[in-house]
Each structure stands twice: as structure tokens, then as C-alpha cells.
Write a new protein. Structure first.
Lengths: 343, 166
């Protein structure tokens, strides 16, 4: 009971409004990321992309949403009923939870009140991120297993093996970031990049984290799980209507949040040399961060539409034999750098 | 393979740069139906049954086009011209029912070559789409041109190109 008294009504209201706005923005960005993907893919392929639904095809995500809702929603006869129904929910839940620890800006001043722009300023921010990335495997695994389809299971197992392998290299490269900033809290890491971005101190670490994010999002050259969709099945073969829509949507949410985390950890978050994040009443911070995030989303898509995908054994070899030793080397170099240059 | 070749990174970056160049190029897409591609002057499209200068139908239902058609798309029923119909049809025999099945037609133009009465020509119009198979059997209402000057169909471009380049 006393714990409840710690949270005043104003605090709860502030966080509730922030969560709602963040939720809406994340869903909106993910929806238009699908539109952006199709348009960007088209421009890379010398064609136009969706241009029929609304001006420049801007209402295409709305049309896709309506299409998803109006399809027949079936549950296969021999599937594990409740796991089948809840698996997409688990996937999208974990994807959205990651957005809670990202510092979107300094403080927002609206109507004389100061709103902090981070939903949860936990001092174990990075640990939370890695933990949730591990939980993200559950949605895919449960979806593939509950479909009672050998090929779905096969696709799901490959996807989960891939995600687990690349989490290790991701975690190891994050340790180097923690060594530089001395704290696990994301806000501290971002604030310490006000002078110089982390990517300058950690180019190898940034490269490793970027590649592992591509693998975690099941994207680009690492889309083993998706490609089986084209070939045989994959974890979302037996899904239809909005459950399938949730899986596909959650992938884009995952991509957006991963890009934002890359921007926060290595590219200075809401700091930009010459621009003060306190402008426009504090709105400049989120604008800067979203700008960087959109740039990384473009790079994700750029890579996807350039490279052929990895074969499964090449993928596992890359994760275990190439990236983990590189991450360890990165840690050693960072340690040596800190020792000699005392940063 | 050298070290730089084995890590694939320079090759990846070169490929990404190539893709980026394509991103900024103009797309090759033609936004049909807002824009249309230019057809060759001899393009063979939707047929027309022409009338002469006085507005009388040229077609006498002789059946040479139906015989010439490799896809057997043309069918017709002949009829005798009555007393008061001299201004409608040129000769005593005319086609009461004339049907072309546009889904069978291959737009080869052999019917136009076979016609002895300068009746059937192929124009550069595109056959409109439909959802129902039966609506593609075009009768005289879809094929015969109108009588007023603005409903006549001009076939001279294709004919001139054919005769010039014989």
C-alpha cells in the first residue's frame, strides 16, 4: 500500500499520456515503414511503388489494414489453440515493450509543466534491452510450433536459432559501450554523447551491433525465417487475417525500435552537434532522434534490397565463428583504449 | 582470395552504392491510364465496320473475313435489304447479326486483308476490359461506326503506313 502512495496521481497521468503517445507514434511509424519499404524498394528497382491509394499512395497502409481485417480468420483444426492465438500477441508485446526505456528527449515543457520524455528511466536500461531481445524469440517459436505444421516448426526453429546466436555478439558489443560510459542506463549513455558520438570511439562495435540488429529483426540478408515463407512455409504459414498482420507489423515495430536503439547507443540519441535538443519546448530532441532512426531504417531497407540472403549454415558460421571473436576483440581494444587514454 | 575479398565488405559497399545510384534515377514506369505509351503506326486494335460517304454500311456479309480468321472469332447472319432500307445498306445483302468474339481474336488483321468491300478495319483503339466473359462477344453495336462526322473512326494512319511501306 505504501508503494502506491509513492506514485502521485500526476505522475501516473503523465506516464499514461506518454505511453499512449509513444504507442500511437510507434504504430504510426511502423505502418508507414511498410509504405516506405515498398516505395524505397520500388525506387531501388527503377519503378514507382504504390501510387494509387491516395496521393502518392499514402493511404496504402490503411488499405492494407482493411484488407488484413476483412480476410477470413481461421484456426487450424489440430493446432494448439490458445498458444496459436496468443503467439502473435506475445511477439508484438515484446516488440512494443522495448520502446519503454528509450530516452526520446531531454524534458518537454508544455503548459508550464515539465514532462520527462522517457517512460522508464531504469538504471539497468541496457540489460532490459538485451533481455527483451531474448524474449522476442518466444513469439516466433510459439507461432511456428503451435501451427502443427512441420515446415512452420522448421522455419521457427531456424529463426530462433538465428536470433539466439546473434544475441551473443550483440551483448558483447554492448559491454564495450558500457565500459565507455560506466553505466547501464540508456539516458546516461545518451547524455555522455553530447560531446562526441560513441561511433567515433567504437566503429567496430557499431558495425557488430548493426549486423546483429539486422539478424535480430529477421531482416535483410538474414531473413531465413521470411524466405521460407516464399519457399515452403515459415512460422507464419498457418496464420491469416489480423494474426498474420500482427506478425508482419511486429517485425516493422522491431525494426523501428532497433534503429532507434542504434541511434541512441552509438549516434548520440537526441544530441546533434549544433542543434540544442531543448528547442521548441523540448520537441527538438525527439525530432532529432526520429531523424536518425529514419535514416537507419532507410539503411536497413537499402541493405535488404541489395544483398542476397545467407544460407543457414553460412549464417550460423558468421554468428558464432566470425562475430563473437570480433566482439571479444572489440572489448579488449576498448579496454586497452580506456587504460591508455583514460577516457 | 585476398583478405579484402574474403570479408566481402568492399564488395557489399560497392553493391550498395550501385543500388543507391538506381534510387535517384527516373523510374521507367508508365502510369497507365494517366500516361499512355506511344503505339507504332501499324498497331492493330479494336475492329470497326465502316460506312461509305453516304452513311450506308459497307459490309455485305460475304463471309470472307470469317473464313480468313485463324481463330474462328467472326460469325455472321446475312439478310436481304428491304424496300425502304436503301440508305442503310449498300447492296442487297447485309449482315443482320455480325459478332466478333474479342477473347478469341488474335488481332492479326487477316480479316481486314480479306475483305473485298473495304468494310472491316483494325483501329488503334484498345478493347475495353470487363469482368464477364459474355460481354466480350462484340456485336454490331460495338463494331459499326456511327453516321455523324464526330462518331466516324479514322483508319487512315495505319492504311497510309501500310501502303507507303509495301
Amino acid at each position: 500500500m505504501t508503494a502506491l502512495l509513492l506514485f502521485s496521481f500526476g505522475f501516473i497521468l503523465e506516464k499514461a499520456v506518454l505511453i499512449t503517445v509513444l504507442f500511437a507514434v510507434t504504430l504510426g511509424v511502423a505502418a508507414y515503414a511498410t509504405y516506405g519499404e515498398r516505395k524505397i524498394a520500388a525506387f531501388f528497382q527503377d519503378r514507382l511503388g504504390p501510387s494509387n491509394a491516395g496521393p502518392w499512395g499514402l493511404l496504402q497502409p490503411v488499405a492494407d489494414g482493411i484488407k488484413m481485417f476483412t480476410k477470413e480468420d481461421f484456426i487450424p483444426n489440430k493446432s494448439e489453440r490458445w498458444v496459436y492465438i496468443l503467439a502473435p500477441g506475445a511477439f508484438i508485446f515484446v516488440a512494443l515493450m522495448l520502446s519503454a526505456v528509450i530516452p526520446w528527449g531531454t524534458t518537454l515543457t508544455l503548459g508550464g509543466l515539465n514532462w520527462s520524455l522517457q517512460v522508464a528511466d531504469v538504471n539497468i536500461g541496457i540489460l532490459y534491452v538485451i533481455g527483451l531481445a531474448s524474449l522476442g524469440v518466444y513469439g516466433i517459436m510459439l507461432g511456428g510450433w503451435a501451427s502443427n505444421n512441420k515446415f512452420s516448426l522448421y522455419g521457427a526453429i531456424r529463426a530462433s536459432a538465428q536470433m539466439i546466436s546473434y544475441e551473443l555478439a550483440m551483448g558483447l558489443s554492448l559491454i564495450a559501450v558500457v565500459m565507455l560510459s560506466g553505466s547501464l542506463s540508456l539516458k546516461t549513455i545518451v547524455d555522455q554523447q553530447a560531446g562526441m558520438w560513441n561511433v567515433v570511439y567504437q566503429p567496430l562495435g557499431f558495425f557488430l551491433f548493426f549486423v546483429c540488429s539486422l539478424a535480430e529483426c529477421n531482416r535483410a540478408p538474414f531473413d531465413m525465417a521470411e524466405c521460407e515463407t516464399e519457399l515452403i512455409g515459415g512460422y507464419h504459414t498457418e496464420y491469416s487475417s489480423m494474426k498474420l498482420g500482427m506478425f508482419l507489423f511486429a517485425e516493422y515495430i522491431n525494426m523501428f525500435i532497433s534503429c532507434t536503439i542504434i541511434a541512441s547507443l552509438y549516434f548520440g540519441g537526441y544530441h546533434f552537434p549544433g542543434l540544442d535538443p531543448g528547442w521548441l519546448g523540448g520537441l527538438m530532441g525527439p525530432i532529432i532522434l526520429l531523424g536518425k532512426s529514419f535514416f537507419f531504417i532507410f539503411v536497413f531497407m537499402w541493405i535488404r534490397w541489395t544483398l542476397p540472403r545467407f544460407r543457414y549454415d553460412q549464417l550460423m558460421r558468421l554468428g558464432w565463428i566470425s562475430l563473437i571473436p570480433l566482439a571479444v576483440v572489440n572489448m579488449m581494444l576498448t579496454g586497452a583504449g580506456i587504460l591508455f587514454f583514460g577516457k | 582470395m585476398s583478405f579484402w575479398e574474403r570479408i566481402y565488405l568492399p564488395a557489399i559497399l560497392k553493391g550498395m552504392f550501385t543500388t543507391l545510384k538506381h534510387f535517384f534515377r527516373k523510374a521507367n514506369t508508365v502510369s497507365y491510364p494517366k500516361e499512355q505509351r506511344e503505339f507504332a503506326p501499324v498497331y492493330r486494335g479494336w475492329h470497326v465496320l465502316k460506312r461509305d460517304e453516304e452513311g450506308r454500311e459497307n459490309c455485305t456479309a460475304c463471309g470472307l473475313c470469317a473464313v480468313a480468321c485463324p481463330a474462328e472469332a467472326i460469325t455472321m447472319e446475312a439478310a436481304e435489304r428491304e424496300k425502304g432500307e436503301e440508305n442503310l445498306y449498300r447492296e442487297e445483302k447485309y449482315a443482320a447479326v455480325y459478332e466478333i468474339n474479342m477473347l478469341r481474336c488474335i488481332f492479326c488483321g487477316l480479316c481486314e486483308e480479306a475483305c473485298p468491300k473495304d468494310a472491316i478495319y483494325l483501329t488503334d483503339r484498345i478493347v475495353p476490359s470487363d469482368y464477364v466473359r459474355q460481354n466480350f462477344i462484340f456485336g454490331k453495336d460495338m463494331l459499326v461506326e456511327g453516321t455523324t462526322p464526330d462518331t466516324r473512326i479514322d483508319v487512315t494512319v495505319r492504311q497510309k503506313h501500310l501502303t507507303e511501306h509495301k
